[in-house]
Design a protein around this ligand. Structure first.
Ligand code: ZN
Length: 484
């Protein structure tokens, strides 16, 4: 039971870089990450006097696509504003953003609630803005002697998606973020693998207390961790009868803690006013022309209907665009035949093995996975050997060795299932019983554990290659014979 006073209230502001070729107001390339500092700049994104911004139509199209996919209402007229502040990452001393007339309002994202059902997290608004530059601190932020500034990022198109304070736990915030990321990826407007392509400000409070803003969290996992830290910190303060200050805090990723920011900015410090060099945006009529691709929820339902996936497997498989595509490639040659095994082996086993190795899915060939699933389906290898084959393939890839096919691995390691006729299991069964007279005695005395013990002994002798059902049958038979 959650106490009413203990209720956690979370709202997120998510900044996503739109994956356009050029920046929001100039022709500079957005593909800057592998280039030297300040090589993707021009008078416009540097904000030199007299330079005039020209709006990137593609960026607005992308933002509209997001607005439609998130069920938002695009406003008849939106407007760019200048947000004025002095900070070295902003060379022109203002950021072009949207203030009181954003591109779109309302909308929602559906997530799986902590209780199991679906829950709608409402959105407040989506607006378009330019990314500021990037500061590189020499040493650490607190004590470093100096910082370098790189304006390559200045002017990259961003959308800011603001949620209502509808989330009730750090876990729900993570689910919201995962769902949002999946949707943006399915729309092909966002690349989550680019460093810094998503940044989050999180507002968090405990019901009846002041709200704290944690700024600039730059990793998906960081959001949940920062919020968990805040929940504990705030609840401890309340327990000790102390007041929670309304403040802005920074999340220190390496230490997993939040820290009070010294400067306190108020909204009115920014002196917003309409950007005089850009006309109001009237693009509502574009909405009808936007054709959305299949989105995660629709794909999840299709996976259930078309492949017979369980709800959990369908959720996992469609939760990332790459994973969903991978699954469909693996089963393409025989959808009905391969899907049941493939969904379990990908959603449960493969993901677990990849996470354990901190490896990306890109490293796995769909054809190799198909090969493995075929071997399992044909009953050539046991599940236990299947895991071994998978591990060998992943480890070979990790070490940059030539990756063998599942067939080759089975052959080389002699993993093919031993069948009853071959006599190898029969011999192992006989040996296990003879070597363990105590187990035989226990079995005769009706002790259930004895059979399991003997199964384990035979498995050891056959190195996991015996089919468990077959083995059970043979062992029971052999024991009965001795009883007679
Ligand atoms: Zn530029």
């Amino acid at each position: 039971m959650v106490d009413a006073e203990d209720q956690v209230i979370v709202g997120l502001e998510v900044h996503c870089q739109l994956d356009t070729k050029s920046k929001l107001f100039c022709g500079c390339s957005t593909d800057y990450r592998s280039d030297g500092p300040n090589t993707h700049v021009c008078p416009i994104c540097l904000g030199l006097p007299g330079a005039m911004p020209a709006l990137n139509k593609r960026a607005i199209q992308y933002a509209m696509k997001v607005a439609k996919a998130l069920n938002c209402e695009v406003l008849n007229e939106s407007e760019f504003s200048r947000k004025n502040y002095f900070y070295p990452d902003l060379d022109k001393a203002y950021q072009i953003t949207q203030y009181d007339k954003p591109l779109a309002e309302g909308g929602y994202v559906e997530i799986e609630s902590d209780e199991g059902g679906e829950r709608k997290i409402r959105l407040t608004r989506i607006h378009v803005e330019e990314d500021p530059g990037r500061l590189v601190h020499m040493g650490n932020v607190e004590r470093g002697k100096y910082s370098l500034v790189d304006y390559n990022r200045a002017g990259i198109p961003l959308i800011e998606i603001v949620s209502e304070p509808d989330m009730r736990s750090p876990k729900e915030a993570r689910k919201f973020l995962n769902k949002l990321r999946a949707k943006l990826e399915y729309l092909s407007v966002f690349d989550s693998e680019k460093e810094g392509s998503l940044r989050v400000d999180a507002n968090i409070s405990i019901k009846g207390n002041e709200r704290v803003e944690v700024k600039n969290i730059t990793s998906y996992k960081g959001v949940e961790k920062a919020l968990l830290f805040e929940v504990t910190r705030q609840k401890n303060l309340i327990r000790r009868g102390q007041k929670i200050e309304r403040e802005t805090r920074h999340y220190l990723e390496a230490r997993g803690v939040t820290q009070s920011a010294r400067s306190k900015e108020q909204e009115n410090d920014y002196r917003y006013f309409p950007e005089p060099d850009l006309r109001p945006l009237r693009v509502k009529s574009w909405v009808d022309g936007i054709i959305l691709p299949e989105l995660p929820d629709a794909r999840r339902e299709r996976f259930i209907a078309e492949y017979g996936c369980s709800l959990n497997h369908a959720r996992t498989l469609t939760g990332e665009l790459k994973l969903a595509n991978f699954f469909e490639k693996v089963v393409a040659s025989d959808k009905a035949g391969l899907a049941p095994l493939a969904s379990t082996w990908i959603a449960d086993t493969l993901i677990g093995e990849l996470n354990y190795r901190d490896m990306s899915l890109d490293k796995v060939e769909p054809a190799a996975m198909t090969g493995l699933v075929l071997l399992l389906k044909a009953g050539t290898i046991t599940d236990k050997s299947g895991v071994e084959v998978l591990r060998v393939m992943l480890d070979q890839r990790l070490k940059n060795e030539t990756v063998e096919t599942p067939d080759a691995i089975v052959k080389r390691l002699n993993l093919a299932k031993t069948t009853g006729d071959s006599g190898a299991i029969a011999a192992a069964v006989e040996a296990a019983i003879t070597e363990n007279p105590k187990a035989l005695e226990d079995y005769r005395a009706g002790k259930g554990g004895a059979l399991n013990f003997l199964v384990g002994q035979v498995m050891k002798k056959t190195r996991g290659k015996a089919d468990p059902a077959e083995l059970n049958r043979m062992l029971t038979e052999a024991l009965k014979k001795r009883e007679a």
